[in-house]
Design a protein around this ligand. Structure first.
Ligand code: GRF
Length: 216
């Protein structure tokens, strides 16, 4: 069974989606530890409710980012974590961390990468005027949101969308694809060719979409 460590900073709805997938036996994995850099993150309450070990590691307790990251690595190794899932973890990781878990760190990002990296990306998507946004599960490398893409979901942007309405619809898709991407990993259902993460499972992707829709 795959041992996962989840890193959080906030509300933890993606953490909840992973917990739910495990409890529903859609995902054969165990969350060994949830680590937050924010003591008041609601994600910690969610984890505790499900009997998951939690740790709070606050950056201010360390002289620099490298020693903070080394402590994260130490705690994850202590829990024998094989895959690290970043779920709304609001810190950029240094090579001390990324090199400790090469191709073993995943992140969920609320845009269709490589468009709109960084923060506040639902607002950036609306202001740019894209007709589709969505979310991406990707491996984490040393860049900002640049690692190989595992899975994406598309969400249309409508004329009436606000940052909040778009973020809410994207979040619903995040909760579907994050546990699914972890399942593919846990079951060894993809191979990696350079930047391309190729699913070994068969299935048909829905036909292409147009937005605004073409009148029939
Ligand atoms: C999500 O939008 C995720 O894509 C981004 O941070 C947010 C975390 O939300 N990385 P939650 O804490 O999982 O509810």
């Amino acid at each position: 069974m795959l041992n996962i460590g989840v890193l959080v900073s906030g509300s933890g709805t993606n953490l909840q989606a992973i917990i739910d997938a495990i409890e529903a036996k859609r995902l054969d994995a165990k969350i060994a530890v949830v680590i937050s850099n924010k003591p008041d993150a609601f994600a910690l309450t969610r984890a505790e409710k499900h009997g998951i070990d939690t740790r709070v590691i606050v950056k201010d307790a360390f002289p620099d980012r490298e020693t903070f990251d080394a402590e994260l690595v130490r705690v994850l190794n202590e829990h024998k974590v094989e895959l690290v899932a970043l779920a709304g973890f609001l810190r950029i990781l240094t090579p001390v961390f990324t090199r400790a878990f090469p191709m073993r760190i995943m992140n969920i990002h609320p845009s269709l990468l490589p468009s709109f990296t960084g923060l506040d990306v639902q607002r950036k998507a609306i202001e740019y005027g894209v007709k589709f946004s969505g979310c991406t599960v990707h491996f984490v490398d040393e860049g900002l949101d640049t690692g190989p893409i595992i899975m994406q979901a598309v969400v249309p942007v409508t004329a009436n969308d606000t940052t909040e309405t778009l973020a809410k619809r994207i979040l619903e898709e995040e909760h579907k694809i994050y546990p699914e991407a972890i399942r593919l990993y846990a079951e060894g259902k993809f191979k990696i060719l350079g930047r391309r993460v190729l699913s070994a499972e068969s299935g048909t992707v829905e036909a292409s979409l147009e937005n605004p829709p073409i009148k029939k």
